[in-house]
Write a protein that binds this ligand. Sequence first.
Ligand code: AMP
Length: 215
Amino acid sequence: MNIVITGAPGSGKGTFSNRIKDVYNLEHISTGDIFRENISKQTPLGVEAKKYMDEGHLVPDELVDRMVLATLDTLPEGKDGYLLDGYPRTLEQAQAFDRMTQGTSLHADKILYLDVPHEVLTKRIIGRRTCPDCGEIYNIYFKPAKQEGTCDACGAALTARADDNPESFATRLHEYDDLTQPVIRFYEDQNKVSVINANQGFDEIWNEIVRALQA
Ligand code: AMP
């Protein structure tokens, strides 16, 4: 099964992707993570993407499309599909991706849309902390680490993402509304979208996701 997970920044894509990929044996492909990895290794892709990301802007479509296809081309064996997180994020990306994967085993089967009101998103993002070593995600308001600043799972020092500040978040949310809502409508026309109410407890959200994936 090939799944696209979408939602505004702070809607829980990262948290639920971690669970979905394990339970459904999917290769998790997060375009944001790939860019961050390239930035930390200072690759040419990273240097180019950083200019946009630091200001909260989207990286140009052409750069992202190429990167996603290259990643899908080298999917590891033994997985039951992919979980694409953070892509497609514009109508042009969705159309390009649909065209490029049409009639192949890489075509998207389901789109999970994590729906959360804007005011909740802001608090989630400003409080977000991530473990750079094991990827565990925390929030100083909603899911604090047992010892502040330290990962419960592996003991590494937690970090805040460079783009999780109020100014860049406002830009990302605005850009999300303008650019990504048309992606959801594009997939709604194909009857592939499941809207998940992601403004409830973890277990309730998870149950909705499981029901959507079983449908
Ligand atoms: P994320 O971790 O998904 O919130 O992505 C972080 C940042 O990476 C975004 O704000 C964009 O600058 C960039 N990015 C990730 N995915 C895409 C995409 N599909 N299209 C354009 N930019 C992206």
